[in-house]
Design a protein around this ligand. Sequence first.
Ligand code: NDP
Length: 328
Amino acid sequence: MNYRRLGKSGLKLSEFSYGSWVTFSFQLDASIATECMKTAYDAGVNFFDNAEAYAEGQSEVIMGKVLRDMEWPRDSYCVSSKVFWGGEKPTQRGLSRKHIHDACHAALKRLRVDYLDLFFCHRPDRQTPIEETVRAMDSLIRQGKVLYWGTSEWSADEIRAAYGEAKQHNLEPPTMEQPQYNCFVRDKMEKEYLRLFEDEGLGTTIWSPLASGILTGKYGDGIPSGSRMALDIDFLKGRLESEVGKNMIHKTKTLTSLSDGIGISLVDLSLGWCLKNPNVSTVILGASNVDQLKENLKAAEAVDKLTPDVMERIEAVVQSKPEAWTDW
Ligand code: NDP
């Protein structure tokens, strides 16, 4: 396992980490979650990703049980939570000081840890002043309950506003952002955030590296039973059945021929492609069983096969590279 700095911070995360969205509780019970987390940890994974919203807190309950049962030294791994969607009541959602405080304490209990290594604002909250959110995160860090705070799917302007508040009031700035990133979804990582990487040393923990499984090629002939798209998640199904989704599946077939031609799998190609971007601090893997996880962890070995020529051939298939900023 290779380790990468989380942006300009001193924290070194494994280049592959493991997350629990959709899987823990819906697809995996505690015993398979234990097997998966153990497989990941034994392979050198040192970051496990979670959120208050995942399975309405149950995903953190399962992860907390595994962390307790495994008795890994607390200084040998990192665990995260995310705040935004804690419940239906007005005080249970968003990024007010109250909800950030309550969400952090609830996550600590569910995960059975004394502190969160990483704590993300799961989405921007346009109804809370940015100063309130930055102060609430700073306060948790000063209390030792959170080590690094960050954002997820914020615009570059919103992240810059957080840096501005932190600098003006001498508060802890965000360290990392968690955007979606894969061969098909690239704008934030390859365009919008570029100045933040350069100017602020923003780290990234990227999600859906396999586009929810589409980049394994498994949806080429319809939706296999037991797969994520067979679950009742409307927005995922809707996207799969849209023109965008059909186009992705079509391109995935060509990518499979390309990966076959260089002797690697489509999973290797897709995950290795994410690792090629030096602004990625860690690729969060999702896997609904141990075999998938083992297969995905092996993808680091394929990076050497992704030569500049192969990367150009991938580009010619996906045609998703964002247009560069005009350099006047
Ligand atoms: P992926 O895009 O890698 O999708 C994972 C899913 O793809 C698996 O659960 C499995 O689904 C399928 N899959 C994975 N590997 C294989 C394989 N080798 N063969 C066949 N099928 C495979 O990642 P996720 O979308 O899960 O995102 C990763 C993590 O990122 C999440 O767990 C979460 O921690 C985080 N995340 C953060 C978000 C945010 O807003 N900040 C949003 C979404 C995710 P199945 O077997 O069911 O078909």
